[in-house]
Design a protein around this ligand. Structure first.
Ligand code: ADP
Length: 161
């Protein structure tokens, strides 16, 4: 019998982390023993919310859930999945546009690491319109963005650009 824990890496920019992302995490917990939320970053780009703040706010949000951990990374996603001992990469698909992109990423990742499966969950239709970029735009125009964010998340610092 195989007692190995089933771990999935949920990679993304999460700039910011939305209710749509949180839905993928909670549904993913029904399929996996552990989920590692992996905040990807690029040293050339600071992002809207500073990386450390994105990680801090997510660790705080999930501090009562021992099956979820939060890390940042700037390597190839499959390499980071291996480092973390994850057998799968978890992603979400909202539309045909996401589908094309996710398919391409999954194909490349399969070529790089055949043993790591990409598992895609279709977005909850009620949350499918939510995107980090729309939230950034709403904030830019002075709107309250809290309805789009998971309850309990608290970003103390947003780099307005
Ligand atoms: P990336 O920059 O890697 O696309 P994102 O932070 O935008 O990262 O998204 C991470 C994952 O979450 C992607 O698979 C994306 O399709 C998915 N996702 C984004 N918004 C939603 C949503 N509202 N519902 C379900 N999945 C979503």
């Amino acid at each position: 019998m195989n007692f190995e824990l089933k771990k999935a890496l949920f990679p993304g920019s999460f700039d910011p982390f939305t209710r749509g992302h949180a839905d993928i995490v909670s549904r993913g917990l029904k399929l996996f023993d552990r989920i590692i939320i992996a905040v990807g970053y690029n040293e050339q780009k600071q992002g809207w919310i500073p990386l450390e703040e994105r990680v801090r706010a997510l660790r705080e949000l999930y501090k009562e859930e021992p099956r979820i951990s939060v890390e940042s990374y700037n390597t190839l996603t499959v390499n980071f999945a291996r480092t973390m001992g994850a057998q799968a990469i978890l992603r979400g698909v909202r539309s045909h546009k996401d589908y094309e992109y996710e398919l391409q990423m999954a194909d490349v990742n399969r070529q790089l690491a055949e043993d790591i499966e990409t598992i895609v969950l279709f977005a909850n239709p009620e949350l499918a319109a939510i995107s980090s970029s729309t939230i950034r735009e709403l904030k830019h125009f002075g709107r309250d963005i809290t309805p789009w964010l998971p309850e309990g998340i608290n970003y103390e610092q947003i780099t307005n650009k």
